[in-house]
Every structure is written in structure tokens, then in C-alpha cells.
Ligand binder design. Structure first.
Ligand code: DGL
Length: 282
């Protein structure tokens, strides 16, 4: 695929930012972007018809991600945030090469924080099977700090539990204990929540890991890096959007009602609607 360069002519300050995930997890990143850069317009896409991505092949996740980028680009967006670790792990390089708008993912920012905060050099990463098997966190963390050991643990049941809204539930508790026991036994001091769905069960994870383990949610650092990048490119929106301008818009590939209900529990903004689209058309 041909390497593309940014088309500065097309990038406008008042254009929206496109954010996507396989489902509701990316809302944890969007929430942080809304907090750190509150004047920006955001178009969120959740691929609710095809979630989960975590057990799928690189080819499939890349094809899905490319379709979503084509959809988001119909809004003349000024940047894209891949608010999904699995898509960041499998498709970010390919998307970046083909894109004329800047794109950032969530893995590099999360890796950076973990490399900085670990004291004993033992870092755990919990994520989807795809993200763990890609080895991407290990690669990025060791680029920054070679004196660390990274222990990856795939937690495939977390995404369906979150998508079903079982955020504080004995079932989630039991499954989390089974997944996390081996990380407790090897004495990690830092745990990366390497899937954007996982911050939604943060209290369960924190309770099990105990207070000596720092939980790293890459969302904060991703929003910070996004702000920095927009500032550097002179694309940061300083003025609040005009009233009634539909600052935040939500699109999904499956039923909108369930998404709206869930989104309202994550983002306290009063999300009134989401539109369902056929992503296979893009
Ligand atoms: N939330 C996504 C991630 O960060 C994807 C989860 C999934 O669809 O399996 O990896």
C-alpha cells in the first residue's frame, strides 16, 4: 500500500475527531478526550454488530478498521483515534500508511505510562487474545525501558461481560479472579488495562489486584497525546462549538437503543440517540 502524507489543506480546526472501537469500550477513551479537550466535536463509531474483535484474525480486524476509517472520513474529520487496543495492535500501521489525516492508537500511550510507573520492573498486561499474541505492548515497553519483564494475559470473557453490562457482578468477579491469580503470584506492580472495555470493570480488577498494583488505563495518556498532536498541528479547537451543533454524534453497526442506554451510563452527557448504519457498505 502506498504511503500517504497529511493533506494539511483538508484539515480544519473546527472539523470533528473520529473515534472508533469494536463496541462500547472506546467510550472510556472518548470520555477522557471530552474531559481534556472539551471544545472538540467527536464522531464515535462502535462496531456493535461485529464485536468482539479480540479473537479475530489480523486480516479481518484490518478490513473492519479500514471500513470504519472510510465511514469516518465521510465527516471530513481532522484526526482519528483508534480507541481499541486490538485494532491498534493489528491495523494501526496499515491505517497510518494509507491515511491523509493523523491517526493515533491507544497502545503506545499505555506502554509509555507503564514503563514510567513500574518500580520493580514487573508489568502485567491484560488484553484480548489478539493484542496479547501480537506482542505489541512488550515491543513498545521494551523500546522505552529494557529492564522490565512483561507478562501478558488474555482475558477473552471480559469483553462480552462488559458488553452485557455486568460491570459489578459476582460472575465478573469470579472470572476476573481466575484470570488474575497468576499475575498476582508473579508479583507484578503495574497492570495495563490493555483493552478499552476493561476500565469499565476497574473497581473489580483493583479489588482483586490490591492496592500495591498500579492499574494503567491508557485513555488518559491517549487524550493527552491527542491534545499535544492537535496543538502541534495547530488544529486544537479553542472556541466552544455553537449551541445546537451536535457536538457529539454516535454511530453503531447494530441496534442503536442498547448502545444509547449503555453509553449514557458511561458518559454523563445525556446522549439522546445513536444512528445505526451498515458498515459493510464502506
Ligand atoms: N475494546 C477493544 C480493545 O481495546 C476490543 C475488544 C474486542 O472487541 O474484543 O481491544
Amino acid at each position: 500500500m502506498e504511503e500517504m502524507t497529511l493533506n494539511r489543506e483538508l484539515l480544519k480546526k473546527d472539523a470533528p475527531i473520529g473515534v472508533f472501537d469494536s463496541g462500547v469500550g472506546g467510550l472510556t477513551v472518548m470520555r477522557e478526550i471530552m474531559r481534556q479537550i472539551p471544545n472538540e466535536k467527536i464522531i464515535y463509531f462502535g462496531d456493535t454488530a461485529r464485536v468482539p474483535y479480540g479473537g479475530k484474525s489480523q486480516d479481518t480486524v484490518t478490513r473492519y478498521s479500514e471500513q470504519i476509517v472510510r465511514f469516518l472520513k465521510t465527516f471530513q474529520i481532522k484526526t482519528i483515534v483508534v480507541a481499541c487496543n486490538t485494532a491498534s495492535a493489528y491495523a494501526l500501521d496499515i491505517l497510518e500508511k494509507a491515511s491523509d489525516v493523523p491517526i493515533i492508537g491507544v497502545v503506545r500511550p499505555g506502554a509509555k505510562v507503564a514503563a514510567e510507573v513500574t518500580g520493580n520492573g514487573r508489568i502485567g498486561v491484560i488484553a484480548t487474545e489478539a493484542t496479547i499474541s501480537s506482542g505489541i505492548y512488550t515491543k513498545y515497553i521494551q523500546e522505552l525501558n529494557q529492564n522490565v519483564t512483561i507478562y501478558g494475559k488474555a482475558c477473552p470473557l471480559f469483553v462480552p461481560l462488559v458488553e452485557e453490562g455486568l460491570l459489578e457482578d459476582p460472575v465478573t468477579d469470579e472470572i476476573a479472579r481466575r484470570y488474575l491469580t497468576e499475575l498476582i503470584d508473579i508479583d507484578i506492580d503495574t497492570l495495563i488495562l490493555g483493552c478499552t472495555h476493561y476500565p469499565l470493570i476497574r473497581s473489580t480488577l483493583g479489588k482483586i489486584m490490591g492496592k500495591n498494583v498500579t492499574l494503567v488505563n491508557p485513555a488518559y495518556e491517549t487524550a493527552r497525546e491527542l491534545k499535544e498532536m492537535l496543538t502541534e498541528l495547530d488544529l486544537l479547537q479553542e472556541k466552544p462549538p455553537v449551541l445546537g451543533s451536535n457536538q457529539y454524534q454516535f454511530y453503531v453497526s447494530d441496534k442503536a437503543e442498547k448502545f444509547v442506554h449503555f453509553a449514557n451510563s458511561i458518559i454523563k452527557y445525556g446522549i439522546l440517540s445513536a444512528k445505526s448504519i451498515n458498515i459493510e457498505e464502506y
